[in-house]
Write a protein that binds this ligand. Structure first.
Ligand SMILES: [Zn+2]
Length: 148
């Protein structure tokens, strides 16, 4: 952070305070060149990810909903909640890393399917059959055959 007084590029943090339930961090810094103090604020960048449905309607991405969908597919299968949480988190992070704002729902489904395929074939087939619609039946059957 560049010093607003002398433009020097290096400072040390002398005080750090969290505000608004930890959503803002206020740092008091001291310039290593002129020793003057200044304040910086750090925010968590909150972006809303939109999901594009097959009929092109948009819906706010909801990780709880995604988790529930995966949990339904994993019912009575040897997959832990931790594994499901990790999967949801990985998928969400993939979008954040790419800084996309909109994602087709089918891309999310494909990501889940790819991960379930590695974890548990029964859960994968369940998720895939709910996720894919009947128009897509042939593609689905082709995919099932690919499992053998
Ligand atoms: Zn300075």
């Amino acid at each position: 952070m560049r010093c607003p007084f002398c433009g020097f590029n290096n400072s040390k943090v002398v005080d750090s305070r969290s505000k608004s339930n930890g959503k803002i961090i206020r740092r008091r810094r001291e310039c290593l060149s002129c020793n003057k103090r200044f304040t910086t604020k750090e925010f968590i960048e909150e972006t809303t990810l939109m999901v594009i449905k097959s009929d092109l309607r948009r819906e706010v991405f909801n990780c709880k909903k995604l988790k529930q969908g995966i949990m339904r597919a994993c019912a009575k299968r040897p997959i832990s909640i931790n594994q499901i949480d990790a999967m949801v988190e990985q998928i969400e992070n993939t979008f954040k890393d790419k800084s996309v704002e909109e994602i087709p729902s089918k891309d999310i489904g494909l990501m889940v399917m790819k991960r379930l395929k590695e974890l548990d074939h029964i859960a994968y087939v369940r998720f895939a059959s709910v996720y894919r619609n009947f128009q897509d039946k042939e593609a689905f059957l082709a995919e099932l055959q690919g499992l053998n």
